[in-house]
Unconditional design. Sequence first.
Lengths: 547, 1012
Amino acid sequence: MKSWFVSSLLLLCAGLAQAASPREGFVCLKEGDLTCARRVVDELTSEGDRSPEAELLAGRVLFHEGDAAGAAAKLGALAPRASQLKLDQLAGTPPRDPYVGAEPPADIAAGVAGERRFYAATAEVHAGLIVSRVGDVEVRHHPGVERVLVEEAVEALNLARARIAPRLGGDVPGLVRLEIYPDGQSFITASGLPEDAVRTTGVVAISKWNRLLVTSPRVRGGGYDWKDTVVHEWIHGVVSYHSKDNAPVWLQEGIAKSMDMLWREDNFVLEVRSQSLLAGAIQSGEWVTFDQMHPSMALLPTADMAGLAYAQVATMMEHLQLSTDRQALVRVLKRVRGDEDARQAVAEVANGGDFAAFEASWRAYLNTLDLVGVKVAATPTTLDGEESDFAGDPVLARRQDLANLTRLGELMAERGHYDAALVYYERAVPQDEPPGPLLTLRRAEALAQKGQTDLAISLLRDNLVYYPGAAKNQRLLGELLLAQDEDAGALRAFRAAADVNPFDPALHEQLVALYRAQGRAELAARHERALVILRYQDAPAGAGTTR
Amino acid sequence: MSFSEDAPDAPDITPLVGLIDGLRRRARWMVAARAGLLGLAGLLGLWAAAMALAGGGVGRGEARLGLGLGAFALLGLGLAALVWAWRRASDEGGQIAAVEAARPALRGRLSTVMERRGVAFQGESPLILALASRRAAAAVEGMQAEELYPRRALRPALAVALMMGAVFAVTAARSAMGPIETFAWLGGQAAPAPTDQALAPVAEATTLIGDMVLRYEYPAYTGLPPLEVPNSNGEAHGPPGTRVTVRARTAEVFDDASLQAYEAAPERSELVGGRDVSGSFAIAGEGVYRFFFNRGAERQRSPEFTITADPDLPPTVTIEAAADRMEVSWDQVIPLSWEARDDYGLARVLVRVGRGEKELRSLLTPQQVLGEPLGLTPDKLGLKAGDEVTLHIVAYDNDEISGSKAGESRGVRIVVLGPKGEARRQLKIWKDLRDALVDVLAGFIVDPSPIAKDRQGIARWAGQSSGRFEPMEQLLDQYWDGFDARTMEGRMVEELRRLGAALLRFAQEIGDPRNKLQLSEADLTTLAELHDELVGQLEINILMLDRIVRYRAIQTLYGLAETMTAQGADLAARAEAGAAAGELLTRLGQLDEVSEKLQNTAKEYDGGALSELVNDWMADIGRASDRTRQLIAAGDEAAAQQMALLLADQIARFAATLQSMQRKMDETTEEDEQKIKEFIEELERIEAAERALLAETQAARKAEGNGGDDLTSLWAEADRLAARLEVLTREAASAILLNAEDRFDAELSRSERLIRQASRAARAVGARDAVTARQETQRAMLGALDLHGTISAAKGWRGESGLSGDAAATKALNEAANVAQELVELLSGADERNNRASPALAQKLQRQAPTQETLRDDVLEVTPFARELAEQLPMGAPGLVESLEGADREMRRADSALERARVVEAEGAEEAAADRVRQAIEALSQAGAAMGEMSAAMQQEGGQGGREGEEDAESADGPDGDDPGGRIELPNPEEFRTPDEYRKALLEGMQATVPEEYEAQKRRYYEELVRQ
């Protein structure tokens, strides 16, 4: 009894001593710890705290938890008392419209109104989406064919949590909230990014408000490496959590970029385009500085500079781990969490504090890599249909002259003039870089029409080295290989295509057949499930979905 | 004397007077009757005598005489007897005496009473007289005139008349001439009409006639002048109604003659001197004519001559139209021409559409040939959008004889398009032209380079390539009205034809095996240049059309997608309202139709990524639709309704995608236009600065001098000669083109080349580049001489005296060669004289050099942007980069000349540089204009993404025939809404004042319009 009493007294004292305050909750949110924020809100609620700060915090937590409508309602109720908000309780996060281009609020009331407006707009977008929950992964998505993404997204995230999280200090507690937006406009609305920024910087996903906001691969004609993107954004969340959101952009992107493929690969893989940019920089000596990377990679003046910056920091993080061990990043994040300068933290972990030496060793490391020197263009971001057929091609999108020649070739091919079409396609090949995937696809199609299948396969394979994410090229390659009874190669190609663009039923049909032929029933069943979804055979109420 | 009432004893003699008066009348009647019968008998006798005389071959004169005398005698005797008998019958005393004789019981009483008239003479007793009167009356009571003058008294006269009648009849029957003919004969009129018997080719002997002259007087409507045919064989021919006068001479002398045409009664002919006969008839058809001749009772006939009627045929009407079925906008002039021809003349021409007619021409003065473009719009023919009618042109001739005959053209089907239908048709023209040009280009783009290395190969290539334009030409035939030279596509085709003709002509010329000289490198270069120019133009045009077609296709797709969105929303609303399965199925069916149309449209107009995108979406929507059906079939209505909601959402997203594409295309086009505008402004600044520099150089030269007047006049003279050279080469080319169809390709291509060469020489002179100018002028001179030789050789090949343009061309070429020679000599000394400059002038010029250098830097700076812009523009900016490169060269030359104080060369180079910049501006302006044109075409009405069915009511399933889906869509009622502007125009039109008599017509017209 005595011991019980003492224990109870101690607990009470502890509770009194640690009485929750809204400020604490705002700090939790700021540091990316939603669990902590939720706990504070719950405590405040149980304590009957109806202060404006507590209400604002509750609204924000709801928003972070994906309940935009609830958040909007909370802020709506708060509006009459907005002027009573105590700014010092908000941990430097005054109410404001989170929209990136929004004007600073004139006063607190305006800030609350702006923030509520944003939540309401998000809620409106969310109203058209449904939520699927698999384990502790919650996926918000369109109820249509986007359902096909759920299984694969969950799989990628779970793999990432198992394989990547330990190298960052562990997984973030609580649910992983992934939101897949079915079109560019809804992503723009929900992300708060300006439309121009999305189009010019090519941002198709962000990790914000403890949620992963990603555009559906369907938004971009032929799809994109959306699973790596999901994992990439998840890594940002993990890094934020472990660094208390102290990690600068370059460190964030370096870690994410160096690890976003590890859910599917055992080792770091540097994209061909990154290799070519690094090779160019090594040759020219023109690097992107850390200062230039601040405040955002997206603000770098050219896509090539942004690409180079990503490649630099990614290889830097890989080099750090290679030169130390696979726990190096955990130590770095701990130091950063403790407010240590990121460069210093990296240097400390790398060599005891000499960042210049680290940089030198990194450059030496780069020189050991067998980098592809060919210039490879960045794939432009296209959303919701473009004015040109070539807007999504990395080469043709910026080379109207070559696009014109390609179009002439297409017109020739459409009229059955394959020889003439090939003349134009040949002329459309740039002299200083590999042709884009679309031109390669057209050339291969024309060659296949002329019966030159081997040449077509060769063209496709060569080009896929540079642009492996070209789903249509992968699909054509698969079809041509299948016609030549090269089932293994065809399966690889179809699989790669389906990874990028999972909305094509023909791909899944091929995969089902090929996996069955190989006796891999489980994989065949997986693609059958995709087919069921794409044919709406489980619709409208798919298992485990709520509206 | 009269009886008074107060003299009751006066006798009443009235009955007696009446009796006597009756007897007098009866007596006179009897006289008249007898005279008539006897007169008739005399007449018949005379007539019988006449017939006897005529039939007996007695001459007309003798017969007239004899008969005249007989008639006179009979008439004299008859009249005397008649007068005597008439007087006797009228005599009262004679009648009283006759009564007294018939009633002896009167014993003179009647005579007494009648003498006194009932009044006694003086001294006589009235009573006695009265008594006598009574007794006389009693004696004659009941007496009738018949008693004294019975009818039988006429019998002798009747007998005589009958007898003479019998004589007449017998004579008439037996005589060669009937009574009428005899009468006519005696009257000196036509020859006695032959009886049927007479017409038989027996009876009369045939007489010969000769010296026949036929004079034709044609019907007035033919407009033909009279025609006289001497020495005719007698056969007559002409259009019906032609009056033919036949003059001939007989071998013998006759009394009279008549002419019989066809089987009609002979008509008397004129006979002069017994031998010169003349008669006439009117041509009425096929038949014969002949003369009859009489000499007393003897009759002869001429041989028969044929009459041939030349038929007056109905008019022939032809229509010149590209096709038998044409689609024409309701307010567009129907593109056809007509021509009507008639052998004698057209009276009027009208156009017939369906059942309606409209007069085109009504001629006061008939014309044999008439033709012109129709020049009418469907609405002027009373047609409205959606009508499909057959149009004929009908012409009537001016045949006044057999009546106006009509000739009708072949029918042409006219489909009347409304504004939307027209836009759809326009889009189809663009799309078809794009495809046709692709087919044309496909041949040229795979040509080897060089095309061939020898003449034989080039000739073979030219022969093969001439058919490459066939797809384009076929399209022109199909849409001949669709390629008006004022339209973008019309100009495209025109330019391509020109370039194609120039290329093939040149190839044929240099491939000519008769040309023994070796192929020159220059010829091959020119051939390659012409080839590239054609290919480049084809590419630009295809891309331009493709962009327009793509944009319009997206608009159409968006329109369809909007329709689908509305259908989807409707489906969703019904699903939410718990609609029955059947209703949902019906809506799904509608969705499927539009979906299919969407896919077809995408495939039709853009087989590239656009089509792929649409297909992906449509496949997804199709699967969702199928699933909804499955759920309905399974009876799971709740799930089906949920699925319908999802489907509607998918459709809306797809529509949003298309809308986004359209918006971005608009933005890109606007951006391009803005870039062009800004770049033009920059180039104009550079041009202005260069011209200012030029003015400065000129001012310096004038101020400081460099022997300037002399030099200035030298270059002015060079300008004049260069201009003259250009004029002469053009004159030569024009003269050659007069007979372009008869010319050899070599003549045409060399003349074109000469014009270009002269132009190059003039440009070099203008640039004051003495060395280049001299070289170019020399080439022009050689070109002129070469062409001169070609024309002479061609003349020899033709083996003729030459073509009409030869002389003028040769003259112009001779003169051109002389002018060129003069210019070459002039320029030879110019270079050296350019170099003279005073130290002060040299100093000034050198001070200007940095400015020139800066301007050149400006040009160098903008050139990459120009290159980039030209690459970005969908149809490029031909000449832009080349012009700027030219400007750079000229500026460098100007800079150098300023540095070296070569003032005239500097001036020339500065001017040339400014001109090159101007050319760049023009190239850019043209690109801008093309962009604007393309933009306008993209924004044309009908391409505004109207919702499905929002087209002309008539073209819902396309009288255009371009409905990819080929299905009949029932438009929604609101889709018939008339555009505001149209309604406003209608209202204004309805308020217009017209004459009262047209008021009803006006109202009907507008009512009809409103109904459309």
